[in-house]
Design a protein around this ligand. Structure first.
Ligand code: HEC
Ligand code: HEC
Ligand code: HEC
Ligand code: HEC
Ligand code: HEC
Ligand code: HEC
Ligand code: HEC
Ligand code: HEC
Ligand code: HEC
Ligand code: HEC
Length: 296
């Protein structure tokens, strides 16, 4: 038997909590999904089929993970922006927009975002990433490359040069070499040095070799343009000129002294128009016991 006064207390408790809930509803207003319905003019529900669909437990809570609680937004008929908005009507300041993503994404590949070239250039995460879609196009190698090229017209031109890394062909991608979120290396490379980047695919170049060629171990980009070139093999310049940036042909040991004008050397008749590589074929270094001159 339940005593009368307990039943009475229960009734009051139930009534009070219902009233509180109603008051709370009136205070909070409708949830995001009451207005942003699945068939609303602006479609946003694809977010639920994306990796972000279950943020903070899913449902309207997921919306607030990126857009904030947005309590002032559209309450009692007054149109106010959500706490964080990415447009098209209201654009929160860049810090707020990127902060919304960086609330969760500050580790791993995003670790060096702050201070990166793209951050310094005021890019937003949402310039590259699309949230209201099942598959973010930035996560597709091919589509991401297209995105990069909308801003990087120089690389777009280089990709079409006669000698090029097979980016357009889909065998290499911008993001194989670059981390668009920044890195500790120059040019946002994934690896700790530029050469390490090249070795990651061209392992045979890593060495160590018996006879090394200094510029090769130092910086591949001295002679190669990573994106594309008018010269064969991505070379920054052609033939003897490439080598003669550092080596004077005038003093080549195989020259007779005073052959043509210049004392102690002369313009090199044997070499003009000839490629140094005809003899020094092992330009990346040699493992041959007598390869000191990179000729074998
Ligand atoms: C009472 C209805 C209503 C509720 C509740 C509501 N919204 Fe909106 N929201 C709108 C309307 C209407 C627009 C379109 C405004 C416009 O385009 O002028 C809108 C636009 C937006 C936009 C786009 C802003 C822009 O700059 O174009 C975002 C983002 C948004 N709402 C997020 C939310 C989130 C998150 C919640 C829940 C916290 C929420 N909304 C709750 C009615 C609502
Ligand atoms: C992962 C973060 C994230 C989540 C979660 C999220 N949004 Fe968004 N929202 C964005 C970004 C970023 C944009 C800018 C366009 C884009 O990237 O798709 C945007 C755009 C919008 C727009 C404007 C769309 C347009 O095309 O005009 C509305 C409205 C909106 N969000 C509402 C919501 C609602 C409602 C939810 C919950 C169902 C939600 N958002 C969940 C990040 C998010
Ligand atoms: C509340 C935490 C949270 C917020 C806020 C958030 N994310 Fe995420 N995001 C996640 C989680 C969890 C995953 C899935 C697990 C993972 O890959 O780390 C994820 C995955 C991703 C991925 C990988 C997508 C894929 O298909 O694998 C991208 C890209 C991404 N988020 C971008 C964004 C952007 C851009 C924003 C801001 C508009 C944002 N995130 C806001 C938690 C968050
Ligand atoms: C210049 C374009 C660009 C910008 C700006 C950008 N991203 Fe990305 N993001 C990408 C591309 C491309 C990928 C996929 C390739 C990769 O992972 O390197 C990616 C991958 C991701 C991933 C999934 C991979 C991972 O790290 O787990 C997350 C999460 C992410 N981005 C979050 C962010 C956040 C947060 C911001 C802003 C602080 C941001 N991105 C800014 C292009 C961009
Ligand atoms: C919205 C425009 C935009 C997009 C999209 C974009 N970038 Fe950039 N990026 C810039 C600007 C601006 C700079 C600075 C000026 C410059 O070097 O061209 C820059 C600089 C860079 C740099 C040089 C970094 C440094 O430290 O010197 C690299 C590498 C780069 N971007 C790669 C990428 C890749 C890879 C993508 C695609 C995933 C991409 N960018 C997409 C605008 C963009
Ligand atoms: C095989 C590796 C590799 C690939 C693939 C690659 N890059 Fe690079 N990129 C580099 C290296 C190495 C540097 C730095 C050396 C230099 O500047 O010559 C660089 C420099 C850059 C720079 C800054 C210097 C400049 O010229 O402004 C930008 C921007 C850039 N890359 C964008 C891209 C874009 C966009 C793609 C895709 C279309 C891409 N890269 C593909 C290796 C690569
Ligand atoms: C992600 C992998 C990858 C990275 C990193 C990479 N390469 Fe390549 N490289 C390739 C592929 C694939 C080819 C084409 C090979 C083929 O078609 O047989 C290639 C071809 C080349 C060629 C020959 C081009 C021609 O016209 O025959 C040169 C030179 C070259 N790479 C230099 C470099 C340099 C220098 C670096 C570092 C800045 C580098 N690569 C980084 C994948 C890579
Ligand atoms: C001193 C200039 C120079 C430097 C520095 C240099 N290379 Fe080369 N590389 C060349 C020349 C010249 C060729 C063309 C060789 C030929 O046609 O026989 C070449 C060709 C290549 C090729 C095409 C395949 C082959 O073996 O002919 C690849 C790949 C390559 N280099 C990668 C690299 C990498 C990786 C580095 C840095 C570790 C590097 N190069 C540094 C001058 C250089
Ligand atoms: C960026 C400057 C630079 C470029 C470009 C360059 N070299 Fe070198 N090369 C050096 C340096 C530095 C040494 C080491 C000299 C030493 O040890 O005294 C060297 C050494 C050599 C040697 C061995 C000489 C010796 O005394 O052991 C040969 C042969 C050689 N280079 C040929 C070439 C050829 C061929 C090219 C063009 C494909 C070339 N170099 C391009 C800087 C360069
Ligand atoms: C016809 C073949 C041939 C051609 C072409 C050639 N070399 Fe040589 N080079 C040699 C031989 C052989 C030696 C070794 C001579 C010796 O050990 O006394 C040598 C030595 C060198 C040395 C080492 C010099 C030293 O003091 O030890 C350098 C550097 C060099 N060549 C650079 C070049 C450059 C740069 C070119 C192109 C402009 C070039 N060579 C073209 C055959 C050639």
């Amino acid at each position: 038997m339940v005593p009368m006064n307990t039943r009475w207390i229960r009734a009051v408790v139930v009534a009070c909590s219902t009233l509180l809930a109603v008051l709370a509803w009136a205070d909070e207003g409708p949830g995001c999904l009451d207005c942003h319905t699945a068939d609303a003019d602006i479609p946003v529900h694809d977010v639920f089929s994306s990796v972000h669909g279950n943020l903070l437990g899913g449902g309207a809570a997921a919306c607030t993970a990126c857009h904030g609680a947005s309590e002032a937004h559209d309450r009692r008929g007054r149109r106010n922006p959500p706490d964080v908005s990415f447009g098209p009507t209201w654009l929160s300041d860049l810090e707020a927009r990127n902060g919304a993503c960086q609330d969760c994404h500050t580790a791993d590949k995003q670790l060096l975002w702050l201070g990166s070239e793209h951050e310094q250039e005021n890019l937003a995460c949402a310039d590259c990433h699309t949230s209201h879609t099942r598959h973010d196009p930035a996560m597709s190698t091919e589509l991401a490359g297209d995105q990069c090229l909308t801003c990087h017209s120089r690389q777009r031109a280089q990709m079409k040069l006669p000698s090029r890394h097979p980016i357009a062909e889909g065998k290499t991608a911008c993001t194989d070499c670059h981390n668009p979120h920044g890195s500790a290396t120059e040019a946002d490379l994934h690896q700790v040095t530029l050469n390490e980047n090249c070795y990651s695919c061209h392992q045979e170049m890593r060495g160590p070799l018996l006879w090394e060629h200094e510029p090769v171990t130092e910086d591949c980009s001295t002679c190669h343009n990573p994106h594309g070139s008018v010269n064969d093999r991505l070379l920054t310049s052609r033939g003897p000129a490439l080598c003669q940036q550092c080596h004077s042909a005038a003093f080549h040991p195989s020259l007779p002294y005073g052959a043509e004008g210049l004392p102690g050397g002369g313009s090199n008749r044997n070499l003009v128009g000839k490629n140094c590589l005809n003899c020094h074929s092992q330009v990346h270094g040699s493992n041959h016991p007598s390869g000191a001159r990179l000729t074998r």
